[in-house]
Design a protein around this ligand. Structure first.
Ligand SMILES: *[C@@H]1O[C@H](CO)[C@@H](O)[C@H](O)[C@H]1NC(C)=O
Ligand SMILES: *[C@@H]1O[C@H](CO)[C@@H](O)[C@H](O)[C@H]1NC(C)=O
Length: 139
């Protein structure tokens, strides 16, 4: 019994630690998509939630978190792609406004970690590849 309790305690401590220190970066993939950007799963038909510069993202299943991902912000950097399309030393900050599987326009690839708006994608890569490998950090 005491051992089980300690394990449980350790588990919650680790969980706590994880949730409060989200500075470590993850790797994944990103595609891009264009208009129409409305409606969104997060905000319906309300365009007032859009970042003014159109730098936003739709969350793939891996980070969607049952909708809790709406409004989350990520720093995203292009790591590599084939053919090479990354713009060197560029990091963008995107806000999640939609669910990637529910987009009204077709993304350049289905099933990526996140799908970036055209404007967001073009800040870190040109469109010579439909998908890029990314490093991303929730902020
Ligand atoms: C995209 O960027 C890569 C790497 O900088 C470059 O080699 C390639 O020519 C670019 N492609 C287009 C279509 O601009
Ligand atoms: C993504 O999935 C949609 C819906 O199934 C499909 O119409 C579209 O062709 C797919 N896009 C790509 C790039 O495979």
């Amino acid at each position: 019994m005491p051992l089980k309790f300690l394990n449980l305690l350790l588990f919650f401590l680790l969980l706590h630690h994880h949730h409060h220190h989200q500075t470590s970066a993850d790797v994944g993939t990103a595609a891009y998509y264009g208009p129409p950007y409305l409606p969104t799963v997060c905000y319906g038909d309300d365009p007032s939630q859009f970042p003014a510069d159109n730098i936003f993202a739709a969350a793939g299943d891996g980070i969607w978190d049952n909708g809790a991902c709406c409004g989350r912000q990520y720093l995203v950097r292009c790591l590599s792609s084939s053919p090479e399309s990354c713009i060197a030393d560029q990091t963008i900050r995107v806000e999640v406004i939609n669910q990637a599987s529910m987009l009204d326009s077709n993304p350049s690839l289905n099933g990526t970690t996140m799908t970036l708006s055209d404007a967001a994608f073009l800040q870190i890569a040109n469109k010579s590849s439909p998908v890029i490998n990314i490093e991303f950090t929730q902020i």
